[in-house]
Write a protein that binds this ligand. Structure first.
Ligand code: SAH
Length: 243
């Protein structure tokens, strides 16, 4: 299934989406900015990833890394991390931040995941792609590329937003209009992805689903928690079978 506007051979990216993230890039590391949700969920997802696929000493690829919140934190756990994105400013911010924090073992490149898959097949122990699929014209192509990049036996992690009435209410009405956690227009409902759809793309690519988790936001405590409720924000942990 190829989404409107995308044909193989073209770059699988929406220029308006990339511009949106570039415009906000200078505030990426401000924990009270529109990136607050990413800062808040980061320890939760980092811990979950590290518990399933211990990061120390591993080759890790972070797809759609943005300003590097997850990439840098994985390097701090001892992984050798490559972060890729197609938005220039967030990548610059990520590079500068890595210099500032003096973290070792993280590099950044502006390259499409499909192009990297052709260049470095089966090179990574762990591939992460968080909060990115819902911004891309053909997410199934990203899933296939991530699968090609991971070694047999390696792990792939995705997170995205579910598509149903509750997700619309929480992720768009709640987060963008009522609580104003995110700028209006951050997310488009039509691009949200049901777990069944993501599971099918993963299966078609040859990945085996190991675990799913949900992320829940409590507006009273202003905290997130990892749960088993995948109705809004959810994560998949998958493995590429050993040959
Ligand atoms: N994964 C990071 C950032 C999420 S924000 C985190 O969870 O902390 C979404 C990111 O996806 C932005 O940096 C945006 O530039 C990037 N993105 C959007 N479309 C993309 C594409 N087609 N290829 C690569 N990155 C893309």
């Amino acid at each position: 299934m190829l989404s409107e506007g995308y044909h193989s051979g073209m770059i699988n990216a929406d220029p308006q989406e990339l511009a949106k993230f570039s415009e906000l890039a200078h505030r990426w590391w401000d924990p009270e900015s529109e990136f607050r949700p990413l800062h808040q969920i980061n320890p939760l997802r980092l811990q979950w990833i590290d518990s399933l696929a211990p990061l120390a000493g591993r080759q890790v690829l972070d797809v759609g890394c943005g300003g590097g919140i997850l990439a840098e934190s994985m390097a701090q756990r001892g992984a050798q991390v490559l972060g890729i994105d197609l938005a220039t400013k967030p990548l610059k911010v990520a590079q500068l931040h890595a210099l500032e924090s003096g973290v070792h073992g993280v590099d950044y490149r502006e390259v499409a995941v499909e192009a990297l898959a052709a260049e470095m097949p089966a090179r990574f122990d762990v591939v992460t792609c968080m909060e990115m699929l819902e911004h891309v014209p053909a997410p199934e192509s990203v899933v296939a590329a991530c699968t090609a990049l991971v070694k047999p036996g390696g792990w792939v992690f995705f997170s995205t937003l579910n598509r149903n009435a509750k997700a619309f209410l929480f992720a768009i009405v709640g987060a963008e209009y009522v609580l104003k956690l995110l700028p209006r227009g951050t997310h488009e409902y039509e691009k949200f992805i049901r777990p069944s759809e993501l599971a099918r793309w993963c299966r078609d690519a040859g990945l085996e689903l190991q675990r799913t988790r949900g992320l829940e936001y409590n507006p009273l405590t202003r905290r997130y928690a990892l749960t088993h409720d995948t109705s809004v924000n959810y994560l998949f942990a998958l493995r590429r079978p050993v040959a």
